[in-house]
Design a protein around this ligand. Structure first.
Ligand code: NDP
Length: 492
């Protein structure tokens, strides 16, 4: 399988043609034209991928000592590190992310795999004190075959966050990437192959969510679904998976508040707030899409946002000089433009951007201007709903109480940021935020070791950190009698 060939599925350690899927052109969002032929799997392809994963689980993988699994995962991670540039080019081509961002993100992934590799032989249980008549202990066992379903904004990152802990736990995997961005996930298969993973431990089947994805979710041979995507899809998945009562973990959307108090270092806060408003062209769950600004510094912050929006270089994703590429697909472009219309209709002030960029150089691509709304009211739809485009909504507030109320006033609870130089305030406010992660005087800084996931409708469970392993493990409690005596209950 060559570097840029994606016309086969990776199942049972082999590159195979789809049985009931087919080939499809993957669209380059910077041109609107197909850039590569990708294999899509159907239900029969999911069936054979699950069979391969089950055989690998029952066969070599589950029985392999942890330190051997660790060695393979480390080999994979080292190979991954040598392929960062190639993977970044594929991902930027497929989802339009600026190459400077793809390089930075993908450049970290090897360390995620290394970190989880280091845990493979440390999955120990506990001895439970009961009484002298028994010896009780727990064992940590792999959950089984994992169906991983990933989104289009960060396909390789979402894969790393799931495959790292799943493989470390001793599970096997069927990975179904998003239909808009399947190429980089298929490229992963080549690295697993080169690293010498046993056939079937990792299987990669691009396909349509309602067909291949739903079949994976309903499949009785799958023990758990690890999903990143929209809440509405998660609800459908729960219903589809209900009959088999499998396990689920969900990383869902966000509408993160980025709170700036007037005692903060405003310059640093602006760097973080503007950076996170427009990174990934706004297509990330953790971006601070609601900027909450204390009234006394509100006008200054709005002015700075407008000025910095004009400095964002929007252009072809593979150009290392550009900051922001296009939206990843036509539907997302339409969604973003529609929300910009909603913001105008709701009466927010459009202070920067607001339009599609369709000039000669960028014609046909799904480009949109970095956009800023000021005087946004917390209950406006642009302040409540996830847009997933480069649209910053700046909301004024007075004092801590109002800041916290606005921050917590959406159904989401994934991430939040706050800027203040008052250490007491930092702790006071952070402790009241309903979100899985709160950054103080920094933003979007995470590592393999930091648990990540949502409160409220932003998800179930945590990825990364020691917590991530839990969701790929079952606990068995064993209680052994030290006497072998069991009283006859029917005497007397
Ligand atoms: P979707 O929910 O639309 O899709 C996610 C995945 O689910 C895709 O692979 C999709 O396939 C698949 N899918 C769709 N329908 C079904 C179904 N019925 N059964 C099984 N699988 C299905 O999300 P997006 O791809 O649009 O991703 C954007 C969303 O992801 C945003 O809401 C964002 O907030 C969230 N996200 C959350 C993160 C977090 O860590 N909390 C990180 C990154 C993104 P197909 O592509 O064919 O539709």
């Amino acid at each position: 399988m060559g570097e840029s060939r994606f016309d086969r599925l990776f199942i049972g350690g082999e590159w195979v043609e789809p049985i009931d899927g087919g080939l499809r052109g993957s669209i380059d969002p910077a041109t609107g034209e197909p850039w590569g032929e990708v294999a899509f799997g159907g239900k029969a392809d999911i069936d054979r991928a699950v069979t391969a994963a089950r055989e690998a689980f029952e066969g070599p993988w589950r029985k392999m000592p942890g330190w051997e699994r660790a060695a393979l995962l480390r080999k994979f991670a080292d190979l991954y590190a040598t392929k960062v540039e190639a993977l970044a080019q594929i991902e930027s081509r497929d989802n339009g992310r600026a190459i400077r961002e793809s390089r930075g993100d993908i450049g970290l992934h090897a360390q995620y795999y290394h970190w989880f590799a280091s845990l493979t032989d440390k999955l120990s249980g506990r001895t439970i004190p009961m009484d002298d008549s028994v010896h009780a202990f727990t064992s940590r066992l792999p959950a089984g075959v994992i169906g991983t379903i990933t989104p289009w904004n960060v396909p390789l990152m979402a894969a790393a966050w799931k495959l790292g802990p799943a493989l470390a736990a001793g599970c096997t995997v069927v990975l179904k990437p998003a239909e808009h961005t399947p190429a980089s996930s298929l490229a992963l298969g080549r690295i697993f192959e080169e690293a010498g993973f046993p056939p079937g431990v990792v299987n990669i089947v691009p396909g349509d969510g309602p067909v291949a994805g739903a079949h994976l979710v309903a499949h009785p041979g799958v023990d758990k679904i690890a999903f990143t995507g929209e809440g509405a899809t998660a609800k459908t998945i729960l219903k589809t998976g209900a009959d088999t009562l499998k396990r689920f973990s969900f990383e869902l959307g966000g509408k993160a508040p980025h709170i700036i108090f007037d005692d903060a270092n405003i310059e640093q806060a602006l760097n973080a707030a503007t950076g996170s408003a427009w990174a990934l062209c706004g297509q990330s769950c953790a971006l601070g899409s609601r900027i909450l600004v204390e009234r006394s510094i509100y006008d200054r912050v709005v002015k700075e946002f407008r000025e910095r929006a004009s400095r964002v270089k929007v252009g072809m994703p593979l150009d290392p000089a550009i900051h922001m590429g296009p939206q990843a697909h036509q539907d997302q472009l339409d969604k973003t433009l529609s929300y910009i219309g909603i913001g105008r209709d709701e009466g927010a002030d459009l202070v920067a951007g607001g339009s599609r960029i369709d000039n000669t150089d960028l014609q046909g691509g799904y480009f949109v201007e970095p956009t800023v709304f000021s005087n946004v009211v917390p209950n406006m739809r642009i302040a409540q709903e996830e847009i997933f485009g480069p649209v910053a909504s700046i909301i004024p507030f007075e004092g801590e109480e109002e800041a916290v109320a606005i921050a917590n006033g959406t159904p989401y609870g994934l991430a939040a940021g706050l800027w203040t130089n008052d250490v007491g305030r930092a702790h006071r406010v952070a402790a009241q935020i309903e979100a899985g992660i709160v950054w103080v005087n920094t933003y979007r800084y995470i590592r393999w070791s930091t648990p990540y996931g949502g409160f409220k409708t932003s998800g179930w469970g945590r990825e990364n950190g020691l917590e991530a392993l839990d969701s790929y493990l079952e606990t068995r409690t064993t209680i052994v009698s030290t006497t072998g005596q069991f009283p006859d209950p029917f005497v007397g």
